[in-house]
Unconditional design. Structure first.
Lengths: 122, 182
């Protein structure tokens, strides 16, 4: 891959991202955490994480922090995803397949409605 | 786990848990020698010789420590079943290096799988770590170092949609290009 060309691309990427961030009022921060321990990975956590990143890219969502973490200790519920919006208490979801992840992104992260069927009571 | 890229992700998680600031991942396919090697090099907290000796044994690993689980014994068994090996070198406070090698053409060798997806997840999911990915098939190479990218972005998160698209394209095209050799 041509390194210089790719750095020029990156400058454009940065400017686009900056423009968008300036244009919108920053609301409460949204954080999504995906459990990536051995059990999570074996249960499909990488595909779940990929589905979340794809969703952000396709829906053009700004200001979302995506994190991965090690084992959460709820093996039978893997893959596990936690959603934290602003000061609200974290919501933990279990058995989050890519389809469920897209639902959580749409209903909870975009529209503030918890997806009750997949919520784990902790 | 049905992909080498998933096993790779699993062992890299150990480097992340070990508090590494710099992690280098190498995947080297050598068709002439018929070998496939994956290496993970980190500067995390490392382990003493006793722990290193224990972690490849699934019956000794204590679940409560949770530093390493079943992931390593499974990968070691997979490598050894394919005329390969699993080797781990570690120094407390300096870091750890894991090498796992397979006979590339061995019938039981798992497919490499989604390397780009694995790298993207690591990069975006642990942005505080300096990542270097190195992938080569014979003479074709792809090297990805995230330091100049982060510098250019000046604090814009990697999870911004434009940045994600750029990273995904860079990784996917780079890996495809290396694989088009065969």
């Amino acid at each position: 891959m041509d390194k210089i060309k790719s750095l020029e691309d990156l400058k454009r990427v940065r400017e686009e991202a900056l423009k968008k961030r300036e244009a919108k009022v920053v609301t409460g921060q949204k954080q999504i955490i995906v459990g990536m321990g051995t059990v999570g990975i074996a249960a499909g956590a990488r595909e779940t994480l990929k589905a979340i990143l794809d969703f952000i890219e396709k829906e053009n969502l700004s200001d979302i922090v995506v994190r991965q973490t090690g084992n959460i200790g709820l093996d039978s519920w893997e893959p596990i995803v936690q959603v934290i919006i602003g000061d609200e208490p974290p919501v933990t979801y279990g058995k989050v397949t890519p389809d469920v992840a897209r639902r959580i992104m749409k209903e909870h992260v975009m529209n503030h409605t918890v997806v009750k069927e997949y919520k784990i009571e902790t | 786990m049905r992909e080498l890229a998933l096993h790779l992700l699993d062992i890299v998680e150990n480097s992340v848990s070990a508090g590494a600031k710099n992690i280098t991942i190498e995947v080297i396919e050598d068709t002439r020698r018929d070998r496939l090697r994956m290496s993970v090099i980190d500067d995390g907290c490392g382990m003493d010789a006793d722990t290193v000796a224990k972690i490849t044994d699934p019956f000794v690993t204590s679940r409560t420590t949770r530093k390493v689980g079943l992931g390593i014994p499974l990968l070691k068994a997979a490598a050894e079943a394919c005329n390969g090996f699993f080797h781990i070198q570690s120094t407390p406070n300096l870091g750890t290096r894991v090498d796992v090698e397979f006979q590339r053409s061995h019938i039981d060798r798992m497919p490499l799988g989604d390397l780009a997806g694995t790298f993207l997840g690591l990069l975006v999911g642990s942005p505080e770590i300096h990542w270097i990915f190195h992938y080569c098939v014979d003479d074709r190479q792809f090297e990805f170092d995230d330091a100049p990218i982060k510098q250019e972005l000046e604090g814009i998160p990697l999870s911004e949609p434009e940045v994600l698209k750029f990273l995904r394209n860079t990784l996917e095209l780079g890996i495809q290009d290396v694989q088009s050799a065969n």
